[in-house]
Design a protein around this ligand. Sequence first.
Ligand code: ADP
Ligand code: ZN
Length: 738
Amino acid sequence: MADTHDDQDGPGWFDEGALVAVLTAQPLDRTLDYRAPEGGCAAGAFVEVPLGPRRVLGVVWGPGLGDFDAAKVRSVHKVLDVPPMTEEMRIFLGRAADYTLTPLPAMLRLATRAPGLGDGPAMRRVFARGLAEPDRMTDARARVLDVLDEQEDAVFTQKELADLAGVSGGVVKGLAAQGVIEERAAPRDLPFPQLDPDLPGKALTDDQAAAAGTLAEGVAARSYATTMLRGVTGSGKTEVYLEAVAACLRAGRQALVLLPEIALTAEFLDRVEQRFGARPAEWHSGVTMTERRRVWRMIGQGNAQLVVGARSALFLPYRDLGLIVVDEEHDTSYKQEDGVLYSARDMAVLRAAIAGAQVVLASATPSLETWANVEAGKYRALSLTSRFGPARMPEMRAIDMRSEDLPGGRWISPSLKAEVEARLERGEQSLLFLNRRGYAPVTICRACGHQVGCDHCDARMVEHRFLKRLVCHQCGETKPVPEVCPACEVEGKLAAVGPGVERMGEEAAAVFPDARVEVLSSDMYSSARALKARIAAIAEGEADIVIGTQLVAKGHNFPKLTLVGVIDADLGLQGSDLRAAERTFQLMRQVAGRAGRAEAPGTALLQTFQPEHPVIRAIVAGDEDGFWSAEAAERRAAGVPPYGRMAGIVLSAPDVQAVFDLGADMARRDGPLRRIGAQLFGPAPAPIARIRGRHRVRLLVKADKAAPLQAALSDWLRQFRWKGDIRVSVDIDPQSFY
Ligand code: ADP
Ligand code: ZN
């Protein structure tokens, strides 16, 4: 892309000395006025401005407001050597801030999360694989070489290489001294290799080709639309949206593919390379700072055509965004749950609407929000009807646990055991699914009944035998398993109650002594890479029985897997979350979708104590539309999302009285909310009433779908000042209730 800088005498240009309003990432509630520097500056320019004794990063947001003492207005220190923020991006950040009730500076922080944006391009010293082999191989050395092999074309600073490999700088230096790795000077920020949309893709089936054609037309039209792409796991959704990416590349625009889980990106990058001949830019928490800077700058210059990333990739400075794919759009990880609370799926739609881009929401089990938007005619829908190739959807059955003969402390029913044994005989794999990490969810004293809890939260500690510790899943605090009960001090009476995946691993090893049993849980691996490598090995057949948490539900391929046994299908049905049924339905369908991907047909068995529960029945019957209509009817009747709007407000402080007092005051002065017909519930102790020593109080606001919720919330919140240690977080469209 040629000249990305604005016209130097158009309306978006400020001559030297003109007043400009600069938005900084500092926690101020307004923009600040400065004078344009020598040479002038464009609207959107990234600048460094003096603020007190410091210099801070900012963006020229528009003409100055002129409400400062003119004599005291200082000049912009310098304009950074990066293309100015586009108007589209400024509008997007503004609207996203308004929607989520987030201060604009916090949005700007999200949009500038790369280091050294102001530093010019220069050479730097980096390491890459050299020609020599090490004189002797150690574990540490092998890890360094693994890192280099994994990220073939990447180069690293010494510190990055040492950190990624988990070794000391000395190991890296030692390898360099032997020529196993080489130090060289490399220019910073190389452009990404060209992707070629015209390399041959796979021959699509008729319904795949029809869906791909519709998406490609939308992209070519350069206008906004959102399309739900629905199809069971393995039906070719990825193949189809890659054709939309191809159309976007042909149109010369940039594309973004969001994935819910870092562990999935590696597999996807390989597919991009096969389809387009090179790897795209990658953006997520596992990417080094050096690489982040490169990605940020190259996207801003239009030298990265395709980005694959996590939700924060939405806030990168695309020059010309033509397509956003949100894969597994129903996944809860798209909701950012701390800092700025936003839904990446909804913000993708917002950004695309401003940019004139297409959105594809792909899922085997779309969220009810998306489903409702299709019904309302706001989104289009495309369906892929069957799995690609010989694989079929698995046969699903419930195992009624009320009639199974099972001793206490055991969870694999005789019926499930028989099915697993049949797979073992045929050399096929089985998955036992339990959505609970650790060994046991509760540690109880058999003498006094005390349950071991976290010292900082109102949560029970979960025993992780693998780590040999109790872990709080809320705050991460750990402690050794005590010898004596902390309450009654009786020794040797603490017992693990209930199953976690680690305990299921023990049971499976006892029940199937000749099988290779493998527990797959994110906390048992030191890195996403180690986990990914293990998943690949298992997919190749290195285990007979896999025991896993919801990690395995997310898109990994296990071709030899023909049986899924859900240990406790009732687990998600309890609880007060309005989406409990939806989540259970999605999770069970996704897990069942793991079975029978290749030639062998699959079976999914659900252990349940309530086989007549409507959710369980819909899952077993494979009646998706039936489930969704029933669920939609209930939510509509209750006036809850997606047929009504909600906001969750959490007040927290170390002082319990202070939070309750504020909560009560907020509930009393609810005029602005009542004026739009909204209801306020609370204050009540939050479901988790204490986290990290902070007491938490929750208020819930419910309004009609069409009510101006954000405006009313701002008017309401403006009435209060919170002092000292009180924190207030506002969550629009909350997804979790804790
Ligand atoms: P989904 O994204 O719906 O889970 P994928 O696009 O990953 O499905 O497809 C599942 C598998 O089937 C992949 O290995 C994919 O390459 C293969 N596949 C899908 N469609 C075709 C096709 N038309 N030709 C060849 N292979 C295909
Ligand atoms: Zn805790």
